[in-house]
Design a protein around this ligand. Structure first.
Ligand code: PGA
Length: 253
């Protein structure tokens, strides 16, 4: 399976010209890599423009969020059907930076279902705020997965990717990066939780790690944490660093 490297641009860059330049530079590297699927998730407003540049299949676009309905009086929201009509394949759902704005597990669940129905591949983000010594965080993550997947059939799971992003390791205020072991532990937990919910023959649901991924640690996470890819924030905004990450991923067996 190809390594899946997703860049989450969050609310950057400041303007469309910069977005174009970054995307073109990333695509240049991504286009040379056979073993990596690159996905860039820019702010919604840049999607139309970048889509014109996103020719080919090795570097595609995704979205950072979508609403639970395909149309209606929802000022400021963007529907999954709109994203799919723009030719997008992926949507990030339940990112911790949205959960702090009030996105509940119930809303995340509705978004997951709406995304799948619109034909998008949903990148479901889960992760604990802090780690305790009693393993409560494991229950917390398993519960987030369970609640996000209520009403999602085994067949629909083929449109789901799970990204483990421990909040304490995400963003510039992160306490410290996660270790490859921290990520491995949760990779196993995600697999067990899915097997518990859907049966042993659940099939392959790709698992990503995200949180302070950079050009130095990316290969280690891919090689040692048994993840299928990475969700990259800050380091995806620097085309040179993101390019390094993509090239490292290409080499990991
Ligand atoms: P970071 O963000 O790589 O900047 O820690 C990851 C994310 O929020 O997806």
């Amino acid at each position: 399976m190809k390594k899946l490297i997703i860049g989450n641009w969050k609310m950057y860059p400041a303007g469309v010209k910069e977005a174009r330049e970054k995307f073109v530079a990333i695509k240049k590297v991504a286009g040379t890599l056979k073993n990596v699927q690159t996905v860039v998730c820019p702010p919604f407003v840049f999607v139309g423009d970048l889509k014109k540049l996103a020719t080919g299949h090795r570097c595609v676009l995704g979205a950072q969020n979508a609403w639970i309905e395909n149309d209606g009086a929802y000022t400021g929201e963007v529907s999954p059907a709109m994203l799919s009509s723009m030719g997008l394949d992926y949507v990030i759902i339940g990112h911790s930076e949205r959960r702090v704005l009030g996105e509940t597990n119930e809303l995340v669940n509705k978004k997951v279902i709406a995304g799948i129905k619109a034909g998008l591949t949903v990148v479901l983000c889960v992760g604990e705020r802090e780690r305790d010594t009693d393993g409560e965080y494991m229950k917390y993550i398993a519960n987030q997965i369970r609640l996000a997947l209520v009403g999602v059939s085994k067949k629909d799971l083929s449109n789901v990717i799970i990204a483990y992003e421990p909040i304490w390791a995400v963003g510039k205020n992160s306490i410290h990066p996660a270790t490859t072991n921290d990520a491995l532990e949760v990779t196993i937990l995600v697999k067990k939780t899915l097997a518990y919910l859907y049966g042993k023959d659940v099939g392959t649901v790709p698992i990503l790690y995200g949180g302070s991924v950079d050009a130095k640690n990316c290969a280690e996470f891919l090689a040692k944490s048994h993840v299928d890819g990475l969700l990259v924030g800050r380091s995806s905004l620097d085309a040179t660093i993101f390019g390094e990450i993509l090239k490292s991923a290409e080499k990991v067996k």
